[in-house]
Ligand binder design. Structure first.
Ligand code: 8YV
Length: 328
């Protein structure tokens, strides 16, 4: 007799090829519209599914996991970051957690560079002039930005995305510096021509650009707090394509308003999609709606990773992208 297929609940609409493949392989419940699941819907999902496929917009906390049925065995996250999942509680309850590392590294690094260029070269301001029909022709001193080549970039978090940013920044002629929990191996450092700073304070004070690329964990919460932001040079810019919680958003907004820092490029925010409204009023700030990994290729490859994690688990093996609390 064929084995009964795993019951999989997906919390958001995924790219069509991913949904099709999930339906072919598993007993899957897909989302009809693209709104995030409500809390009661999530509770129902964890009470019935063998596998839950959430995204960054779902809070999989201890209280939700406490209401899960005995059958829930795997949370196969569609995304790399797992800060919205209580991985330790899941583990205690015998629920595995997997994610989708690697496949969104280049896309996210591209977006970090796009934000750096947008802010330093004032691209949105130029676009606004064009869209409003206000361009009266070339002028020697109009919309002058800065030159990337020769500028120092300080990368905060030198994992896969941080290193991909480093490679890109070096190709633009920037000098690469970084701070990380652990210093990279000397050969990787050499290859990236990256200078390690053990002291984040000292690095921050000397950089022209800061790129935030570390995950959100209790130890990175407000790593860029008001005190540390004040160490930035007044002509420095900061970009964040990782998680909003790493920067104290209100302190950053105050400094941007007071021109104590030259600009910011943000793809992520401290409170999900609720952003400090004052940020929207500032011309030296480029805001994006968390689209760092938003490429068709990336989102399909994320789906392939989810599929592989579930299928491997179904076949009785450890999912290749298992997340264990000690990794965090
Ligand atoms: C994802 C991200 O698209 O993977 C991550 O950690 O931040 C995003 O780029 C999102 O998390 C999907 O769940």
């Amino acid at each position: 007799m064929p084995r009964e297929r795993l019951s999989v609940v997906v919390t958001r609409r995924l790219p069509e090829p991913v949904e099709t493949r999930l339906s072919e392989l598993f007993n899957v419940t897909l989302r009809n519209d693209d709104s995030p699941m409500t809390r009661p819907e999530l509770i129902e999902a964890v009470q019935n599914a063998d596998v839950l496929v959430p995204t960054v917009t779902d809070t999989i906390d201890a209280s939700l996991l406490g209401q899960a049925g005995e059958q829930l065995k795997l949370v196969a996250n569609y995304g790399a970051g797992v800060d919205h999942i209580d991985v330790a509680t899941a583990r205690q309850r015998g629920i595995l957690v997997s994610n989708t590392p690697g496949v969104l590294t280049d896309d996210t690094a591209d977006m970090a560079m796009a934000l750096i260029m947008a802010v330093v070269r004032r691209i949105p301001e130029g676009l606004a002039v064009m869209q409003k029909g206000e361009w009266s022709g070339w002028a020697p001193t109009a919309l002058l930005g800065g030159r990337l080549a020769g500028r120092r970039i300080g990368i905060l978090g030198m994992g896969g995305v941080g290193q991909a940013v480093a490679r890109r920044a070096a190709a633009f002629g920037m000098q690469v510096h970084y701070h990380n929990r652990r210093r990279l191996h000397a050969d990787i450092e050499d290859r990236l021509e990256a200078t390690y700073w053990e002291s984040l304070d000292q690095m921050v004070a000397r950089m022209d650009v800061i790129s935030v690329n570390c995950p959100a964990t209790p130890s990175t919460y407000h790593l860029m707090n008001a005190r540390r932001l004040k160490l930035l040079k007044p002509d420095a810019v900061i970009v964040n394509t990782s998680r909003g919680e790493v920067i104290d958003e209100n302190a950053l907004t105050r400094m941007l308003r007071a021109s104590e820092i030259a600009g910011a490029g943000l793809d992520v925010y401290e409170n999900g999609h609720e952003i400090n409204p004052r940020l929207r009023e500032l011309s030296n700030v480029v805001l994006l709606p968390h689209m760092g990994s938003a490429t068709r290729e990336g989102r399909i490859e994320m789906g392939e990773k989810v599929l592989l994690n579930i299928k491997t688990f179904e076949d009785g093996h450890r999912p290749p992208d298992l997340v264990v609390p000690s990794m965090l």
